[in-house]
Design a protein around this ligand. Structure first.
Ligand SMILES: NC(=O)c1ccc[n+]([C@@H]2O[C@H](COP(=O)([O-])OP(=O)(O)OC[C@H]3O[C@@H](n4cnc5c(N)ncnc54)[C@H](OP(=O)(O)O)[C@@H]3O)[C@@H](O)[C@H]2O)c1
Length: 235
């Protein structure tokens, strides 16, 4: 039997990634769901839908993601990669501690670049593919206490814009999605409690991602901004 086409969702154990994995799987798409917390992937995803295949993979660990990719590649062809894994810390630059910058950059930026690197040759060979990056409105708009996070997202946005031009000739679509506030555990609990009703739902974001993935015409929405109707949070 040939390899099965699948969509790789990073950071699938929680929040937006979990909603994406579940929605895609419900639609009959085979989903490779990765994050560091394998137990959560199994419990919330793989047990719920047989289209979901859970693998532990820390995107900051180059060897681990290389091995995971090799394992996955034995059975699946990755037709879309959704770079969603992300972390942040809400504090001013003057209060950053050793290692915090590296953690955010290596998760949100370097990790996504490396995964993209791994899946691209297969997509180029197939003459099709989709790279969908979950970025943030913070890559362009100024939010205090998010300098490194903003840098990581702006960096990935710039990377993807160059990549897009390089892979057009192979019919590979590169899509950058920039959400505003979404109701997920990435936010500190006090902010979530106070502002949850003004945030978007991760399931609604997942629907947009699915529509982008499912677009079959000669059309690609390359840059997509998503905001709550009431606008950005005032915190
Ligand atoms: N929520 C928002 O308001 C918002 C707005 C704009 C953009 N975003 C972006 O949306 C994406 C998803 O965030 P979320 O809001 O859904 O947050 P979340 O609920 O905290 O989910 C983050 C996911 O990333 C995974 N992750 C973190 N570090 C990882 C690593 N080193 N390797 C592999 N996976 C890792 C986590 O899983 P493990 O802990 O199991 O590894 C988790 O599944 C992020 O890129 C975030 O920047 C969020």
């Amino acid at each position: 039997m040939g390899k099965q086409p699948a969509v790789w969702v990073t950071g699938a154990s929680s929040g937006i990634g979990k909603s994406i994995a579940l929605l895609f799987a419900e639609q009959g798409v085979k989903v490779i769901a990765t994050s560091r917390d394998h137990a959560a992937l199994e419990k919330y995803l793989a047990e719920k839908n047989q289209n979901i295949f859970a693998y532990p993979a820390d995107v900051t660990d180059l060897n681990e993601i290389k091995k995971t990719f090799e394992k996955i590649s034995g059975s699946f062809f990755i037709k879309a990669l959704i770079n969603n894994a992300g972390v942040t810390s809400f504090k001013p630059v003057s209060e950053l501690t050793d290692g915090e910058t590296e953690k955010i950059i290596s998760t949100n930026l370097t990790g996504a670049i490396n995964l993209t690197r791994f899946v691209l040759p297969g997509m180029i060979e197939a003459g099709e593919g989709k790279i969908i990056n979950i970025l943030s409105v913070a890559s362009e708009k100024i939010f205090k206490n998010s300098a490194v996070y903003s840098a990581s997202k702006a960096g990935l946005s710039a990377f993807a814009k160059v990549l897009r031009e390089e892979v057009r000739e192979h019919s590979i679509r590169v899509v950058n999605i920039y959400p505003g506030a979404v109701r997920t555990p990435i936010w500190p609990s006090d902010i979530l409690e106070q502002h949850a009703d003004k945030m978007m739902s991760p399931d609604d974001v997942a629907k947009v991602v699915y529509d982008v993935y499912n677009e079959k015409s000669n059309l690609v929405q390359e840059e997509i901004v998503l905001r709550p109707v009431s606008g950005d949070l005032k915190i």
